[in-house]
Design a binder for this molecule. Structure first.
Ligand code: 8YV
Length: 323
């Protein structure tokens, strides 16, 4: 009997390919060439499974061209690149990788907070450019992270991990979420639930940790930015599109918001060019989960989902609501 054929859309670790090869005929893409929708449809036309990343859009148009496809397993916790409804309608199982990247992403959020508040990248660029002629009392005055009020919008696993880390900095933690957490979880995070308005008004640092969906599109736009303190800092390591980048650029230029630390962008990898001109932003290329150990776990988790999906039909991280 021939083995199921699967596509791995981008470069992965050799161990991920070795694991998949125990079960499937694997078509890898170790050259890491991003696939156009046409190339992806061609590559998937005879495949039963796919290991995907946020770079590939899996929608009804694609699925219509892939009659054999039974499972799409994303190497990411976010799955806004996958049209879940279209998958469910076509009987395609979809999975993500929750849990394995929470701690690394929370660590990186703290890195962005510290780098932005304490002007780490700005001062380093200045030093590397040969501008440092000596110590000065008022050089690169930053904002204190310790004892600041941290606002967390989106209090799932990653938001909670950020809250726990904030305690080490003696921060006051406020959060807003679609659903209020249990008293027990709030206590373990030392976080107080507030309305969205109160969160925006009180946060010295606002950090975002929600998935991207039509409901969270531009959840931080001009109106929300206007409600924030002019001394506040915005951090986004969640998804491009939850922030209206053009509105953020305006607020940063006008000084109605002090600074931003951004790991994700609308239309990435293309950035709003204005970001590159601003000194009060820290910009990183969507690497919040990128540690050696975590990216290995993400790829392997996705591969385990694919094996389970095509062998038992019950992958551990199934996303389709009605399967
Ligand atoms: C991934 C992420 O690196 O998991 C997510 O949702 O944003 C990142 O950790 C990226 O999405 C890879 O597909």
């Amino acid at each position: 009997m021939s083995r199921p054929r699967v596509l791995v859309t981008r470069e992965v670790f050799q161990e991920t390919l070795d694991y998949l090869a125990r079960y499937f005929d694997v078509t890898p893409n170790q050259a890491d060439t991003p696939m156009s929708p046409v190339a992806l449809a061609q590559a998937l036309a005879d495949k039963e499974g796919a290991l995907t990343t946020l770079s590939e859009r899996v929608d009804a148009a694609l699925l219509a061209q892939c009659p054999k496809l039974k499972a799409v397993c994303n190497i990411a916790v976010g799955f806004n690149n996958i049209d879940l409804k279209a998958c469910t309608e076509r009987g395609v199982l979809a999975t993500n990788t929750p849990g394995v990247l929470d701690a690394s992403t929370a660590d990186f959020t703290l890195a962005l907070i510290l780098a932005t508040a304490r002007r780490v990248t700005e001062s380093e660029a200045w030093l590397r450019a040969g501008q440092w002629s000596g110590w000065k009392l008022k050089q690169f005055l930053g904002t204190d992270v310790h004892h600041a009020t941290l606002g967390i919008l989106g209090m799932g696993r990653i938001g909670q991990a950020v809250a726990r880390r904030a305690r080490g900095f003696d921060m006051t933690v406020l959060y807003h979420n679609t659903r209020r957490l249990s008293a027990e979880v709030e206590k373990s995070c030392h976080a107080a639930y507030v309305s969205m308005d109160e969160l925006l008004a009180r946060a010295d640092i606002l950090t975002l940790h929600m998935p991207y969906s039509p409901a969270t599109h531009h959840i931080i736009g001009a109106k929300e930015l206007a409600r924030m303190k002019s001394t506040a800092i915005l951090i986004n390591a969640a998804r491009g599109g939850v922030v209206d980048d053009a509105a953020l650029v305006e607020a940063l230029k006008r000084g109605t918001l002090a600074a931003a630390g951004l790991d994700v962008f609308e239309n990435e990898p293309t950035l709003n060019p204005e970001f590159l001109k601003l000194k009060n932003v820290v910009l990183t290329p969507h690497i919040a989960s990128s540690t050696e150990a975590t990216r290995r776990k993400m790829a392997l988790t996705a591969a385990e989902n694919l094996v389970a999906a095509l062998t038992t039909g019950k992958p551990p991280n199934l996303l389709n609501p009605t399967f």
